[in-house]
Design a protein around this ligand. Sequence first.
Ligand code: NDP
Length: 299
Amino acid sequence: MAQATVNRPQEEDTKSFRLLSGHTIPAVGFGTWRSGAEATNSVFTAIVEAGYRHVDTAPEYGIEEEVGHALQASMRAGVERKDLFVTSKPWCSDLSPDRVRTALKNSLEMLQLDYLDLYLIHWPFHLKQGASKPPKPGDVLEFDMEGVWREMEKLVKDNLVKDIGICNFTINKLQKLLRFAQTMPSVCQAYSPLGSSEGGRDMIHDQTVEIVAKKLNKSPGQVLVKWGLQRGTSVIPKSSHPERIKENIKVFGWQIPEQDFIALSTILEQKRVLDGADLFVSKSCGPFKSVADLWDDED
Ligand code: NDP
């Protein structure tokens, strides 16, 4: 993802970022994790009423079919496919070279699309089909990163996806990928811009965020989205409430002043809201016995 320095705000009011491939990604996209039964309505509202053009989803969210219905309805309402940017991600049980293409085909079928704009490695770990949470012995398999990336590169060559990228990679894992990648990752996804929901960190009610929001006469959600944009990253807030969906994208035509931007950037006790422990860590049998193991001791 386009990335500027963390401590100085971007000056221009960017509506999209240019990726390494030359394609553009909308600055504000729509997240769909935990959208549940509301997914179709929410995505339709986001695209047709609020003006989002990027939808981020994944088979693991269990709603690709619902997202597909919303995309189709949006196109019937006059939004063109070429103006939409749709992201999905193969789940860890499909992270072997022989399964990647089938996983993409399944997502395309569910989403009723013939290509994706972006396909991201969801987590850099390979799980057995039906793996438990936390994993049982044998649930975490060896991850053939190079083999999987080669298959993703072929999807680009075959025009089934426009860009490929990563999520939840450490610098160590990214450096490994860059040693063999022929097609560079276009995006390293930064997510949960509002602090996520259950199990996350409620940034909406953070004192600094509330103070800045009041001062600027904006909502805490808008301040958090805008902070992400001014930091130089595209942002994908999720909501199932129409009024919040519309509110969260009203972040253009105003700026967070530098001193407030710095105050937001230096909020104390920063931490990763999703550490993957429930998915990949098994204290007793490994291979990852701690969160530090997953993140290559980089925190
Ligand atoms: P967000 O940071 O987007 O926060 C979502 C939460 O904030 C929900 O509880 C939502 O509630 C609430 N909310 C939304 N807008 C407002 C508002 N204006 N005021 C108050 N509360 C608000 O969390 P996510 O974890 O969903 O992250 C965003 C997206 O990133 C995901 O949906 C997913 O697409 C992606 N993602 C990717 C991951 C990966 O591994 N690659 C991991 C996690 C997320 P309500 O819906 O009730 O409004």
